[in-house]
Write a protein that binds this ligand. Structure first.
Ligand code: MEV
Length: 323
C-alpha cells in the first residue's frame, strides 16, 4: 500500500438490465445499461481502526437496514482483494449521489465500484477499469453470493453493454449514438437477489425441459435485441422487452406489483416494459424514447402511488465527469 491521500473519491453507475437477468447467470448473453444516476463514495481518514460508514444515499424504506450486514461483508471482501489493512489506521466511507438505494437498479454494484475507486485514490493505487471491475465483483459477492458480474460491469464502464458470463466474460460495447429515455418504477419492495437466484436454480433443476425451452428463447431474444438497438428500431426493442418479461414470469421471478407497474407503463404508451434486476419486487423499466413519452409514463405510475426515476440508457462516464 502506498502513502495515503487526504481524500479519495469515486463514482459507480446505477444500471438497468434490458434483457436477460437471471438467464445471464447460466451464460446466456444479456444486455445491460448504465443509467444516468450514480453513487459517489468519499474516503477519509478515521481516527480508529476499521471503518466507519456514513450512508447518505436516498433509499427505499428499510433497504439500508436490510442490507447492512451484506454491505459490511462486501466492504471486507473488497479490502481483502485490494490488500487494504485498516488495523492501524481506519477509514471513514461516505456514500451519496443521486442513485436510489433500492432493489434492481444496481445500488449494490454502484456502491462497490464507487468505494473501490475511492479507496484506490485514497491509497494512491493506480488501477485500470478492469481491476476496479474485478474488485467490485468481489464486493458483489457480499450481496449475491455468486453474482454473474453483469451489474458491476455496467457500473464500472458505463454505456450500453453486451455481457456474457464465461471462463472469460465477454464484455462488448453496443454503440448508441444518443442516450434514450427510460422510466424506472419502484415497487417499494426490498428483495434479496440471492434468494431470487437460488429459487430459479431449484425450479430449473425440477423442470429441466420447460426451462430449457425458455432459456433457448431468451438467448435468441438477446441477439434480436442487439440488432434492433443497433438499428435504433425502438419499437422492436420494446416488443422484445415485453417478451423478455413473459419469460421472466415463466421462471417465476416477477411479482404482482411488478406486473401491475409493467401494465400501467404499457397502457400509458411505453414501447416496452419489464422487470429489471433480481425481481420478486424491486424495480421495473419502461422504454420511453423522448421526454414527452417519458413524462407521460412516469406520471401514470406515480398516480398509482409508486415512485419513479426518469433517466436514460447509454449514460457514459464522460457525461458525469464533472462530479
Ligand atoms: C441482478 O441484478 C441480476 C441477476 O441476474 C443476478 C446476477 O446476474 O448476478 C438476477
Amino acid at each position: 500500500m502506498g502513502f495515503c491521500m487526504t481524500k479519495g473519491h469515486g463514482i459507480g453507475f446505477g444500471k438497468a438490465i434490458l434483457f436477460n437477468e437471471h438467464f445471464v447467470v447460466y451464460g446466456i448473453p444479456s444486455i445491460v445499461s448504465a443509467i444516468g444516476n450514480y453513487t459517489v463514495a468519499k474516503v477519509e481518514v478515521y481516527d480508529k481502526p476499521g471503518f466507519k460508514l456514513v450512508d447518505k444515499r436516498p433509499a427505499t424504506p428499510k433497504y439500508k437496514e436490510d442490507k447492512l450486514d451484506q454491505q459490511k461483508e462486501s466492504f471486507e471482501l473488497m479490502f481483502k482483494k485490494m490488500g487494504v489493512d485498516l488495523l492501524k489506521k481506519g477509514v471513514s466511507i461516505t456514500l451519496e449521489g443521486n442513485l436510489f438505494a433500492a432493489s434492481g437498479i444496481g445500488a449494490s454494484a454502484a456502491s462497490c465500484v464507487a468505494v473501490a475507486r475511492a479507496l484506490a485514490e485514497y491509497f494512491n493505487m493506480t488501477l485500470s477499469d478492469e481491476e476496479i471491475n474485478e474488485i467490485a465483483f468481489e464486493g458483489e459477492k457480499g450481496y449475491h453470493g455468486t453474482p454473474s458480474g453483469v451489474d458491476n460491469t455496467a457500473s464500472t464502464y458505463g454505456g450500453l453493454i453486451w455481457f456474457q458470463k464465461g471462463e472469460k466474460n465477454i464484455i462488448d460495447r453496443i454503440a448508441l449514438s444518443n442516450p434514450v429515455e427510460i422510466v424506472i418504477g419502484n415497487t417499494g419492495k426490498v428483495t434479496d437477489t440471492k434468494a431470487a437466484v437460488d429459487g430459479v436454480k431449484q425450479r430449473k433443476e425440477m423442470n429441466q425441459k420447460k426451462y430449457q425451452e425458455v432459456f433457448d428463447r431468451a438467448e435468441n431474444i438477446a441477439y434480436l435485441a442487439k440488432r434492433a438497438i443497433q438499428d435504433r428500431s425502438f419499437t422492436n426493442v420494446g416488443k422484445l422487452m415485453n417478451e423478455n418479461h413473459k419469460l421472466l414470469q415463466q421462471i417465476e421471478v416477477s411479482s404482482r406489483e411488478l406486473d401491475f407497474l409493467v401494465n400501467i407503463a404499457r397502457d400509458a404508451g411505453a414501447l416496452g416494459a419489464k422487470l429489471t434486476g433480481g425481481g420478486l419486487g424491486g424495480n421495473m423499466i419502461a422504454l420511453t424514447p423522448g421526454k414527452e413519452l417519458q413524462n407521460k409514463v412516469a406520471t401514470a405510475i406515480e398516480k398509482e402511488g409508486f415512485q419513479t426515476v426518469k433517466t436514460v440508457i447509454g449514460a457514459s462516464r464522460e457525461s458525469v465527469e464533472h462530479i
